[in-house]
Design a protein around this ligand. Structure first.
Ligand SMILES: Nc1nc2c(c(=O)[nH]1)N[C@H]1C(S)=C(S)[C@@H](COP(=O)(O)O)O[C@H]1N2
Ligand SMILES: [Mo]
Length: 324
Protein backbone atom coordinates (compact mmCIF):
# COMPACT_ATOMS: atom_id res chain seq x y z
CA UNK A 1 0.00 0.00 0.00
CA UNK A 2 1.21 3.46 -0.79
CA UNK A 3 1.34 5.73 2.20
CA UNK A 4 1.67 9.33 1.31
CA UNK A 5 2.73 11.85 3.89
CA UNK A 6 2.00 15.49 3.59
CA UNK A 7 3.20 18.28 5.80
CA UNK A 8 1.04 21.02 4.35
CA UNK A 9 -2.64 21.48 5.06
CA UNK A 10 -2.75 18.64 7.55
CA UNK A 11 -6.31 18.58 8.76
CA UNK A 12 -6.82 15.36 10.62
CA UNK A 13 -4.06 14.33 13.01
CA UNK A 14 -2.45 10.93 12.71
CA UNK A 15 -3.46 8.74 15.64
CA UNK A 16 -0.14 9.12 17.43
CA UNK A 17 -0.67 12.88 17.53
CA UNK A 18 -4.12 12.76 19.13
CA UNK A 19 -3.81 13.75 22.77
CA UNK A 20 -5.94 12.02 25.42
CA UNK A 21 -7.68 15.36 25.99
CA UNK A 22 -8.57 15.72 22.29
CA UNK A 23 -9.77 12.14 22.29
CA UNK A 24 -11.88 12.71 25.33
CA UNK A 25 -13.49 15.80 23.84
CA UNK A 26 -14.18 14.05 20.58
CA UNK A 27 -15.68 11.05 22.28
CA UNK A 28 -17.80 13.28 24.45
CA UNK A 29 -19.01 15.20 21.42
CA UNK A 30 -19.84 11.89 19.78
CA UNK A 31 -21.79 10.68 22.80
CA UNK A 32 -23.69 13.94 22.97
CA UNK A 33 -24.48 13.77 19.28
CA UNK A 34 -25.74 10.21 19.69
CA UNK A 35 -27.83 11.29 22.65
CA UNK A 36 -29.18 14.18 20.61
CA UNK A 37 -30.20 11.80 17.86
CA UNK A 38 -32.05 9.69 20.42
CA UNK A 39 -29.68 6.79 19.94
CA UNK A 40 -28.43 6.61 23.48
CA UNK A 41 -31.93 6.90 24.83
CA UNK A 42 -32.85 3.90 22.72
CA UNK A 43 -29.90 2.00 24.16
CA UNK A 44 -31.38 2.76 27.57
CA UNK A 45 -29.79 3.31 30.94
CA UNK A 46 -27.43 5.67 32.56
CA UNK A 47 -24.57 7.72 31.19
CA UNK A 48 -22.19 5.00 32.33
CA UNK A 49 -24.03 2.35 30.36
CA UNK A 50 -24.28 4.69 27.40
CA UNK A 51 -20.59 5.34 27.50
CA UNK A 52 -20.05 1.61 27.50
CA UNK A 53 -21.95 1.25 24.24
CA UNK A 54 -19.45 3.50 22.52
CA UNK A 55 -16.42 2.86 24.67
CA UNK A 56 -14.17 1.44 21.98
CA UNK A 57 -14.10 4.87 20.34
CA UNK A 58 -11.42 5.76 22.82
CA UNK A 59 -9.08 3.66 20.72
CA UNK A 60 -7.86 5.14 17.46
CA UNK A 61 -5.51 2.32 16.56
CA UNK A 62 -6.96 -0.15 14.16
CA UNK A 63 -5.93 -3.78 14.34
CA UNK A 64 -6.90 -4.16 10.69
CA UNK A 65 -3.93 -3.82 8.34
CA UNK A 66 -4.38 -1.00 5.85
CA UNK A 67 -7.18 0.65 7.82
CA UNK A 68 -5.22 3.81 8.54
CA UNK A 69 -3.43 6.22 6.25
CA UNK A 70 -1.19 9.16 6.93
CA UNK A 71 -2.61 11.09 4.01
CA UNK A 72 -4.17 14.45 4.73
CA UNK A 73 -7.85 14.02 5.50
CA UNK A 74 -10.39 15.89 3.44
CA UNK A 75 -11.99 18.67 5.47
CA UNK A 76 -15.22 17.74 7.20
CA UNK A 77 -16.83 20.68 5.42
CA UNK A 78 -15.96 19.24 1.99
CA UNK A 79 -16.86 15.67 2.94
CA UNK A 80 -20.31 16.74 4.11
CA UNK A 81 -21.21 19.20 1.36
CA UNK A 82 -20.05 17.40 -1.81
CA UNK A 83 -22.01 14.17 -1.82
CA UNK A 84 -23.71 11.53 -3.91
CA UNK A 85 -27.00 10.41 -2.41
CA UNK A 86 -29.42 10.26 -5.32
CA UNK A 87 -32.45 9.71 -3.09
CA UNK A 88 -32.04 13.41 -2.31
CA UNK A 89 -31.18 14.60 -5.81
CA UNK A 90 -28.38 14.16 -8.33
CA UNK A 91 -26.57 17.44 -7.70
CA UNK A 92 -23.51 17.22 -5.41
CA UNK A 93 -25.03 19.89 -3.16
CA UNK A 94 -28.51 18.29 -2.97
CA UNK A 95 -27.84 15.79 -0.14
CA UNK A 96 -26.50 18.46 2.24
CA UNK A 97 -29.51 20.62 1.41
CA UNK A 98 -32.29 18.03 1.53
CA UNK A 99 -31.21 15.00 3.57
CA UNK A 100 -32.24 16.62 6.87
CA UNK A 101 -35.67 14.99 6.34
CA UNK A 102 -34.18 11.46 6.49
CA UNK A 103 -35.82 9.70 9.46
CA UNK A 104 -33.02 7.84 11.28
CA UNK A 105 -34.75 6.77 14.50
CA UNK A 106 -35.93 4.19 15.11
CA UNK A 107 -33.71 2.21 12.71
CA UNK A 108 -33.00 -1.43 12.16
CA UNK A 109 -31.23 -3.71 9.74
CA UNK A 110 -32.86 -7.01 8.81
CA UNK A 111 -30.29 -9.68 8.01
CA UNK A 112 -31.95 -12.57 6.16
CA UNK A 113 -31.53 -15.16 3.44
CA UNK A 114 -29.03 -18.02 3.64
CA UNK A 115 -28.30 -17.71 7.34
CA UNK A 116 -28.82 -20.13 10.23
CA UNK A 117 -29.81 -17.29 12.56
CA UNK A 118 -31.46 -14.48 10.57
CA UNK A 119 -32.18 -11.51 12.78
CA UNK A 120 -33.45 -7.95 12.94
CA UNK A 121 -30.84 -5.72 14.57
CA UNK A 122 -31.96 -2.46 16.12
CA UNK A 123 -29.49 0.38 15.83
CA UNK A 124 -28.56 0.06 19.49
CA UNK A 125 -27.84 -3.68 18.98
CA UNK A 126 -25.64 -2.79 16.04
CA UNK A 127 -23.72 -0.19 18.05
CA UNK A 128 -23.13 -2.66 20.87
CA UNK A 129 -22.14 -5.56 18.66
CA UNK A 130 -18.47 -4.80 18.41
CA UNK A 131 -15.73 -2.40 19.41
CA UNK A 132 -15.86 0.60 17.13
CA UNK A 133 -12.68 2.07 15.84
CA UNK A 134 -11.58 4.92 13.68
CA UNK A 135 -10.32 4.06 10.22
CA UNK A 136 -9.01 6.52 7.72
CA UNK A 137 -9.91 5.35 4.23
CA UNK A 138 -9.76 6.82 0.77
CA UNK A 139 -13.10 7.00 -1.03
CA UNK A 140 -12.79 7.13 -4.82
CA UNK A 141 -15.84 7.96 -6.90
CA UNK A 142 -16.26 6.49 -10.40
CA UNK A 143 -16.63 10.11 -11.55
CA UNK A 144 -12.95 10.76 -10.91
CA UNK A 145 -12.78 12.53 -7.57
CA UNK A 146 -11.60 11.22 -4.22
CA UNK A 147 -11.59 12.04 -0.52
CA UNK A 148 -9.79 10.76 2.59
CA UNK A 149 -12.22 10.28 5.46
CA UNK A 150 -11.84 9.24 9.11
CA UNK A 151 -14.74 6.80 9.50
CA UNK A 152 -16.00 5.19 12.70
CA UNK A 153 -17.32 1.66 12.69
CA UNK A 154 -16.30 -1.98 12.64
CA UNK A 155 -15.84 -4.75 10.12
CA UNK A 156 -19.07 -5.93 8.51
CA UNK A 157 -17.79 -9.46 9.16
CA UNK A 158 -18.68 -8.97 12.85
CA UNK A 159 -22.34 -8.47 11.98
CA UNK A 160 -22.43 -11.30 9.43
CA UNK A 161 -20.91 -13.73 11.94
CA UNK A 162 -23.91 -13.10 14.22
CA UNK A 163 -26.36 -14.63 11.76
CA UNK A 164 -24.17 -17.65 10.94
CA UNK A 165 -24.12 -17.62 7.13
CA UNK A 166 -24.79 -20.99 5.47
CA UNK A 167 -22.11 -22.55 3.29
CA UNK A 168 -24.35 -21.85 0.30
CA UNK A 169 -24.20 -18.06 0.90
CA UNK A 170 -21.89 -16.74 -1.83
CA UNK A 171 -23.08 -13.14 -2.19
CA UNK A 172 -24.41 -10.36 0.00
CA UNK A 173 -27.02 -7.84 -1.11
CA UNK A 174 -27.48 -4.48 0.62
CA UNK A 175 -30.87 -2.78 0.43
CA UNK A 176 -31.15 0.86 1.43
CA UNK A 177 -34.07 2.99 2.55
CA UNK A 178 -36.52 4.15 -0.12
CA UNK A 179 -39.06 6.42 1.54
CA UNK A 180 -41.10 8.48 -0.92
CA UNK A 181 -42.31 10.74 1.90
CA UNK A 182 -38.87 11.97 2.87
CA UNK A 183 -36.72 11.32 -0.20
CA UNK A 184 -37.59 13.68 -3.06
CA UNK A 185 -35.07 12.02 -5.40
CA UNK A 186 -36.92 8.73 -5.68
CA UNK A 187 -39.66 10.39 -7.72
CA UNK A 188 -37.05 10.44 -10.47
CA UNK A 189 -36.41 7.25 -12.44
CA UNK A 190 -32.65 7.84 -12.64
CA UNK A 191 -32.23 4.61 -10.63
CA UNK A 192 -34.48 1.66 -9.81
CA UNK A 193 -35.32 2.18 -6.10
CA UNK A 194 -34.51 1.04 -3.53
CA UNK A 195 -30.80 1.61 -4.17
CA UNK A 196 -29.17 -1.79 -3.78
CA UNK A 197 -25.58 -2.96 -3.84
CA UNK A 198 -23.81 -6.28 -3.68
CA UNK A 199 -20.54 -7.91 -2.72
CA UNK A 200 -19.15 -11.39 -3.06
CA UNK A 201 -19.11 -13.17 0.32
CA UNK A 202 -15.31 -13.02 0.65
CA UNK A 203 -15.35 -9.28 -0.13
CA UNK A 204 -18.07 -8.71 2.45
CA UNK A 205 -16.08 -10.70 5.03
CA UNK A 206 -12.81 -8.88 4.33
CA UNK A 207 -11.80 -6.95 7.48
CA UNK A 208 -11.39 -3.68 5.52
CA UNK A 209 -15.10 -3.71 4.63
CA UNK A 210 -16.55 -1.34 7.17
CA UNK A 211 -20.00 -0.94 8.65
CA UNK A 212 -19.79 2.77 9.44
CA UNK A 213 -21.78 4.70 12.03
CA UNK A 214 -19.75 7.87 12.18
CA UNK A 215 -17.07 10.05 10.71
CA UNK A 216 -14.81 12.83 12.03
CA UNK A 217 -15.38 11.75 15.61
CA UNK A 218 -19.16 12.00 15.62
CA UNK A 219 -22.21 10.26 14.17
CA UNK A 220 -22.75 10.08 10.40
CA UNK A 221 -24.33 13.19 8.94
CA UNK A 222 -27.52 12.31 7.06
CA UNK A 223 -26.05 13.26 3.69
CA UNK A 224 -23.27 10.73 4.31
CA UNK A 225 -25.67 7.85 4.92
CA UNK A 226 -26.89 8.01 8.52
CA UNK A 227 -27.38 6.08 10.62
CA UNK A 228 -25.39 3.21 9.11
CA UNK A 229 -23.64 2.68 5.78
CA UNK A 230 -21.04 0.55 4.13
CA UNK A 231 -17.51 1.67 3.22
CA UNK A 232 -15.62 -0.57 0.79
CA UNK A 233 -12.40 1.34 0.29
CA UNK A 234 -10.95 -0.56 -2.70
CA UNK A 235 -14.12 -0.17 -4.79
CA UNK A 236 -15.70 2.85 -6.45
CA UNK A 237 -17.76 4.93 -4.06
CA UNK A 238 -21.13 3.68 -5.26
CA UNK A 239 -20.49 0.25 -3.70
CA UNK A 240 -20.62 1.99 -0.30
CA UNK A 241 -24.38 1.89 0.20
CA UNK A 242 -25.89 4.51 2.52
CA UNK A 243 -28.71 4.15 5.04
CA UNK A 244 -28.89 0.33 4.91
CA UNK A 245 -32.13 -1.35 6.04
CA UNK A 246 -31.67 -4.92 4.82
CA UNK A 247 -28.83 -7.34 4.18
CA UNK A 248 -29.54 -10.56 2.26
CA UNK A 249 -27.27 -13.58 2.00
CA UNK A 250 -27.68 -15.15 -1.44
CA UNK A 251 -26.33 -17.99 -3.55
CA UNK A 252 -26.37 -15.88 -6.74
CA UNK A 253 -24.84 -12.55 -7.69
CA UNK A 254 -27.54 -9.92 -7.12
CA UNK A 255 -28.26 -7.17 -9.64
CA UNK A 256 -27.30 -3.74 -8.29
CA UNK A 257 -28.95 -0.35 -8.78
CA UNK A 258 -26.06 0.91 -10.88
CA UNK A 259 -25.66 -2.08 -13.15
CA UNK A 260 -29.41 -2.15 -13.73
CA UNK A 261 -29.13 1.51 -14.80
CA UNK A 262 -26.16 0.95 -17.17
CA UNK A 263 -24.77 -2.56 -17.27
CA UNK A 264 -21.81 -1.74 -19.54
CA UNK A 265 -20.69 1.16 -17.32
CA UNK A 266 -21.08 -0.28 -13.82
CA UNK A 267 -20.19 -3.90 -13.35
CA UNK A 268 -20.70 -5.96 -10.22
CA UNK A 269 -17.10 -5.73 -9.01
CA UNK A 270 -16.36 -2.03 -9.59
CA UNK A 271 -12.85 -2.31 -8.20
CA UNK A 272 -10.87 0.91 -8.47
CA UNK A 273 -8.56 0.20 -11.39
CA UNK A 274 -6.61 2.80 -13.41
CA UNK A 275 -6.17 0.26 -16.25
CA UNK A 276 -9.86 -0.33 -16.84
CA UNK A 277 -11.45 2.84 -18.19
CA UNK A 278 -15.09 3.69 -17.70
CA UNK A 279 -16.61 3.44 -21.22
CA UNK A 280 -16.90 7.23 -21.37
CA UNK A 281 -13.72 8.35 -19.59
CA UNK A 282 -10.32 7.28 -18.29
CA UNK A 283 -9.84 6.14 -14.68
CA UNK A 284 -6.10 6.83 -14.64
CA UNK A 285 -6.19 9.92 -12.46
CA UNK A 286 -8.32 11.50 -9.79
CA UNK A 287 -8.99 14.91 -8.31
CA UNK A 288 -8.66 15.02 -4.52
CA UNK A 289 -11.52 17.12 -3.17
CA UNK A 290 -10.15 20.14 -1.32
CA UNK A 291 -7.01 20.31 -3.42
CA UNK A 292 -8.74 23.06 -5.27
CA UNK A 293 -7.63 25.68 -7.67
CA UNK A 294 -7.19 25.65 -11.40
CA UNK A 295 -3.66 24.33 -11.18
CA UNK A 296 -4.23 21.57 -8.62
CA UNK A 297 -2.42 18.51 -9.90
CA UNK A 298 -4.44 15.39 -10.50
CA UNK A 299 -3.27 12.30 -8.66
CA UNK A 300 -2.56 8.95 -10.25
CA UNK A 301 -5.27 6.49 -9.33
CA UNK A 302 -3.93 3.35 -7.66
CA UNK A 303 -4.97 -0.24 -8.33
CA UNK A 304 -7.61 -1.20 -5.73
CA UNK A 305 -7.41 2.42 -4.56
CA UNK A 306 -4.06 1.67 -2.90
CA UNK A 307 -5.31 -1.39 -0.98
CA UNK A 308 -3.76 -3.97 -3.31
CA UNK A 309 -1.61 -5.58 -0.60
CA UNK A 310 -4.74 -6.24 1.47
CA UNK A 311 -7.28 -7.26 -1.20
CA UNK A 312 -5.36 -8.21 -4.34
CA UNK A 313 -5.50 -11.92 -3.56
CA UNK A 314 -9.32 -11.85 -3.65
CA UNK A 315 -9.06 -11.45 -7.42
CA UNK A 316 -6.16 -13.78 -8.20
CA UNK A 317 -6.71 -15.36 -11.60
CA UNK A 318 -9.68 -13.14 -12.49
CA UNK A 319 -9.73 -11.07 -15.66
CA UNK A 320 -10.45 -7.63 -14.20
CA UNK A 321 -11.33 -6.23 -17.63
CA UNK A 322 -14.15 -8.73 -17.98
CA UNK A 323 -15.08 -8.59 -14.30
CA UNK A 324 -15.18 -4.78 -14.07
N1 LIG B 1 -28.32 4.91 -0.80
C1 LIG B 1 -27.32 5.45 -1.53
N2 LIG B 1 -26.04 5.15 -1.23
C2 LIG B 1 -25.02 5.69 -1.95
C3 LIG B 1 -25.28 6.57 -3.04
C4 LIG B 1 -26.65 6.87 -3.34
O1 LIG B 1 -26.96 7.62 -4.28
N3 LIG B 1 -27.63 6.30 -2.56
N4 LIG B 1 -24.23 7.08 -3.78
C5 LIG B 1 -22.96 6.32 -3.75
C6 LIG B 1 -21.85 7.03 -4.39
S1 LIG B 1 -21.89 7.14 -6.09
C7 LIG B 1 -20.77 7.51 -3.69
S2 LIG B 1 -19.41 8.15 -4.48
C8 LIG B 1 -20.78 7.50 -2.19
C9 LIG B 1 -20.55 8.91 -1.70
O2 LIG B 1 -20.43 8.93 -0.31
P1 LIG B 1 -20.22 10.33 0.45
O3 LIG B 1 -21.29 11.25 -0.04
O4 LIG B 1 -20.33 10.04 1.90
O5 LIG B 1 -18.87 10.85 0.05
O6 LIG B 1 -21.99 7.01 -1.65
C10 LIG B 1 -22.58 5.89 -2.34
N5 LIG B 1 -23.73 5.38 -1.61
MO1 LIG C 1 -19.74 7.70 -6.77
Amino acid sequence: MLIQTSSSGFVHPHSSEITPQALYLRRRAYLQAMAGAGLLAAAGGTWAREAEVLKPLASTKSAVPGAMTMETATSREDATSYNNYYEFGTDKSDPARYAHTLPTTPWSITVEGLAHKPKVFGLEDLLKLSAQEERIYRLRCVEGWSMVIPWIGYSLAKLLAQVEPMGSAKFVEFVTLADPKTMPGIRSSVLDWPYTEGLRMDEAMHPLTLLAFGMYGSELPKQNGAPVRLVVPWKYGFKSAKSIVKIRLLDKEPPTAWNKAARNEYGFYSNVNPDVPHPRWSQETERRIGEGGLFAKKRKTLLFNGYEAQVGQLYAGMDLRKNY
